[in-house]
Design a protein around this ligand. Structure first.
Ligand SMILES: Cc1cc2nc3c(=O)[nH]c(=O)nc-3n(C[C@H](O)[C@H](O)[C@H](O)COP(=O)(O)OP(=O)(O)OC[C@H]3O[C@@H](n4cnc5c(N)ncnc54)[C@H](O)[C@@H]3O)c2cc1C
Length: 337
């Protein structure tokens, strides 16, 4: 394991922000990680575990140590006639894990296809898309305690999952390194294609949505069409979370904005953040090197040489506009570093 100094992170974050880390290293095994934990560069500095860098916005140079996760390996732990239990290490590319599952006709990950990043990042963020969330198929998480290197296994119930959130993103942020996840995937069909995008896809492509692989292909197709490729234009997917509010507040707003889209989720109501941003006129706007994508109001982009601070300022302006028009507060899904 090599420790680099003053390391360029531009290619390690999908926003493509040009920042540097005081120290940087890549880890390929649990043993290397244990050794790293004992080094002064690790012990005496702020730490940032990095996967695909697809949910971070660097607002300045990182005055600490960045640890890039390259732990690889997917294995089948057990199976019966109904389920297969698989363990994936956290540095695996998320979509490779989805592919592993759909190739074996397993159900549970197909709606989460073609999302950038690693398995570890997906766990921290409780990855979600097209009506599915990672936590739904999770059995447990193995993590290393950064303080003393001890290995702990957390059951799903201990991980504090909610919409795009987990305890590892909040209270335990930086306290644990996620090593691996164990997932229970179904061999029995569990199709979840209620989103309109699936019907549109079937009508246009005339392709079937029978197997989990068909659904994975559909999601991949739709995402390629809708979302900007970070290799072409820097972005971190949706910058803001959807807004959840009480029924009473929604009813008040519907009197003023009868067309406001809304969905019932458990006991609360959800309003798409993209619609709120669009209504304030930000979609497709550009300020200097930053902007809002023309096809997707939730995606903030780096048109070239933007700094993280400039993108943060743009996000603040959008948040202020939405608040002054609707009295609703947008919260970022992206981690500001
Ligand atoms: C084009 C595009 C589309 C996207 N679409 C979606 C979507 O549909 N749904 C969705 O939920 N997200 C989406 N995202 C956001 C992002 O891809 C996910 O949140 C992804 O799971 C982040 O994984 P990562 O490895 O890149 O995490 P990173 O960005 O590297 O890290 C995210 C956070 O997790 C922490 N972390 C990462 N690995 C570990 C580890 N091993 N141990 C401890 N902490 C760790 C980091 O410190 C950081 O705080 C999209 C992003 C892009 C660019």
């Amino acid at each position: 394991m090599e420790i680099h100094k003053n390391y360029d992170l531009t290619k390690l974050n999908t926003f493509g922000i040009n920042v540097r880390a005081k120290f940087f290293t890549e880890i390929k095994s649990e043993l290397e990680l244990q050794e790293l934990f004992k080094l002064p560069e690790f012990q005496n500095n702020e730490k940032l575990f990095l996967g695909g860098g697809s949910n971070v916005l660097f607002t300045k140079n990182f005055d600490g140590i960045v640890i890039l996760n390259k732990l690889k390996g997917i294995e089948i732990l057990k199976e019966d006639s109904q389920n297969m239990v698989i363990r994936s290490t956290s540095g695996e590319i998320w979509h490779d894990l989805v592919f592993f599952a759909v190739e074996r006709n397993l159900w549970g990950l197909e709606n989460l296809s073609f999302i950038p990043g690693t398995v570890g990042g997906a766990l921290v963020e409780n990855l979600g898309a097209y009506g599915a969330e990672l936590c739904e198929v999770l059995e447990n998480v193995e993590a290393l305690d950064v303080k003393n290197g001890t290995k702990k296994t957390f059951r799903k119930e201990e991980c504090g999952f909610s919409y795009h959130d987990s305890i590892f993103k909040k209270e335990w942020r930086g306290k644990y390194f996620i090593l691996a996840v164990t997932l229970k995937l179904s061999k029995i069909e569990k199709k979840n294609i209620k989103y309109r995008a699936f019907t549109e896809y079937s009508e246009i492509s005339k392709l079937p949505l029978n197997s989990s692989k068909d659904i994975s292909n559909a999601v991949t197709f739709i995402r390629k069409l809708k979302l900007p490729d970070p290799a072409v234009i820097g972005n971190a997917g949706s910058f803001f979370k959807n807004v959840f509010l009480e029924k009473e507040k929604l009813e008040e707003l519907l009197k003023i904005y009868p067309n406001m889209p809304h969905y019932k989720e458990d006991e609360v109501m959800k309003v798409p953040a993209g619609w709120l941003v669009e209504q304030t006129g930000w979609k497709g706007k550009r300020i200097g090197n930053t902007g809002v994508h023309e096809k997707h109001a939730l995606v903030l982009v780096n048109h070239g040489e933007a700094t993280g601070e400039e993108i943060k300022n743009l996000a603040k302006e959008i948040t202020d506009s939405v608040f002054s028009k609707f009295g609703l507060k947008l919260t970022p899904e992206v981690n500001l570093i």
